[in-house]
Design a protein around this ligand. Structure first.
Ligand code: ZN
Length: 472
């Protein structure tokens, strides 16, 4: 199973064989998260929600149904989402007097409630989040985890007294996401989206664009400053200390859980299957006894002792005592991406050693059982570091400078991310999309990049260095 030969086929096989997702559910764009996939998803949600709570966000759960009246309140927002909405129109055979919709995102579910909750400056800031499914009738081809009609995300929504406080919140959100994606070993660009591609209703949008082996960008997170756009539409006001009524300022940000899982699989996986970071692996260590004639019982006993030792040290472990051959067990657990395999053979038994095999490079080392906990902790740290480094160097290799339209076309065709100079006009952006097939994703906010050339389309003075790629 070669990842670099046919990424799409490789991806489908991995998510099926590693029991991540079963895409055979009989509704297009909807799929079943299976056991291994669900456990990984829970770990990611746990990591994210813990950080959100530490930074003062409160968990809540809003209804999936939104009233049409509420949905229609913010003009730009309706324009952006109308064509993708799933409507609830009937109760049994009866048509509903007022139809409802399934949330495509939750601004219009939450903000009527915010208007009731917020009275005075003392009620601010309000910072909440939820991890839920959202529903969008995607018209582009659906892909499991990447582009679904039902997908899993975490959305946070905040309300503030001033533009400056909202700006600070945007920065905090970027930091939270950046730290978490880095903990997951992912590599990406943090880009400010061009005006024509910002979130419907936002003043501006920042996005985390992760690389993918097929050259198509995978947007794993977004952060939006909403300014007063929604507070004016939903009448979210507060009384300031001098007794004056003011409109609040808002932000929202979404962490694509399905897409983050897709990025983990795609960036770290190899020809043997999944590769998981120890932090999110449902099983961190699998112990495989290697039976040897005449020593079966002794090896079994020793394997159980090793298992008990590692389990009580706090690792998530599994002792594979099924009747499969060791080779079959290796093959299976490599597919599932378990970070460390411990092999127990006659020589390990004799010396009271264990043999550690790392999933990332499939190298083996032998260590005394008494040193095993420390040795595995070291291996875990190395794995995380190694995956992060590898992923980052792939992102660098994938990014190329394009100084004219031909080299841009060539770059997109060969599945690269192109770095170009752009004048900022919508016309030039449209020509780039038509001729190259790639989209302008935006400019970097972590570093300042000065254009070295004129706009590659019109030859006028370039305003920004921007990144162009195909996207999911
Ligand atoms: Zn131009």
């Amino acid at each position: 199973m070669r990842k670099d030969e046919n990424f799409s086929k490789w991806f489908d096989e991995v998510i099926f064989n590693a029991e991540i997702v079963d895409n055979r559910y009989p509704i297009k764009g909807f799929a079943v998260y299976k056991g291994w996939g669900t456990r990984i998803v829970r770990k990611i949600i746990e990591m994210l929600e813990e950080r959100l709570e530490e930074t003062g966000h409160t968990p809540m759960l809003f209804p999936v149904a939104i009233s049409e009246d509420s949905f229609r309140k913010e003009a730009e927002h309706i324009k952006g989402f109308m064509s993708e909405v799933f409507w609830i129109t009937h109760a049994g055979e009866r048509e509903l007097k007022k139809r409802m919709l399934l949330r495509p995102t939750s601004e219009t579910a939450m903000y009527p409630m915010f208007a009731q909750w917020i009275r005075s400056h003392a009620d601010l800031p309000l910072k909440i989040f939820q991890s839920v499914f959202v529903y969008r009738y995607e018209t582009k081809a659906t892909r499991p985890l990447f582009r679904m009609r039902e997908f899993l995300w975490n959305e946070a929504h905040t309300v503030h007294r001033s533009w400056d406080e909202a700006e600070k919140q945007v920065n905090e959100a970027i930091k939270i996401y950046d730290e978490l994606f880095k903990r997951l070993g992912l590599a990406y660009y943090i880009l400010r989206r061009p005006e024509f591609d910002k979130f419907a209703g936002a003043v501006y949008s920042i996005a985390f664009d992760a690389w993918n082996p097929d050259g198509r960008i995978n947007q794993i997170g977004t952060v939006h400053n909403l300014g007063e756009n929604f507070s004016r539409a939903f009448n979210i006001t507060y009384e300031d200390p001098s007794g004056k009524q003011r409109y609040a300022y808002q932000t929202c940000y979404g962490f694509g859980i399905s897409r983050t899982l897709a990025a983990i699989i795609s960036q770290h996986g190899d020809d043997h299957g999944l590769v998981l970071l120890p932090e999110i692996a449902p099983i961190q260590i699998v112990i495989v006894p290697i039976p040897y004639k005449g020593f079966e019982d002794k090896i079994g006993d020793y394997a159980r002792e090793v298992h008990e030792r590692l389990r009580s040290a706090g690792f998530r472990t599994y002792l594979d005592e099924t009747d499969r051959t060791p080779g079959e067990k290796y093959y299976c657990w490599e597919m599932f991406g378990v970070p460390v395999r411990v092999e127990i053979g006659p020589r390990d038994l004799e010396k009271r050693h264990i043999t550690i095999c790392e999933r990332v490079n499939l190298q083996r080392i032998a260590v005394p059982l008494d040193d095993a906990v420390k040795a595995i902790e070291d291996v875990f740290m190395r794995i995380a570091e190694e995956l992060r480094k590898r992923s980052l160097s792939t992102l660098k290799e994938m990014t190329v400078n394009a100084e004219d339209m031909n080299s841009l076309k060539e770059a997109i065709k060969s599945r690269k991310i192109a770095r170009i100079c752009w004048c900022g006009s919508t016309e030039c952006a449209e020509r780039i999309a038509e001729e190259s097939g790639g989209e302008i994703r935006g400019y970097r906010i972590d570093i300042e990049e000065k254009p070295e050339h004129p706009c590659i389309v019109c030859g006028e003075r370039a305003e920004r260095v921007v990144y162009v790629a195909r996207a999911y």
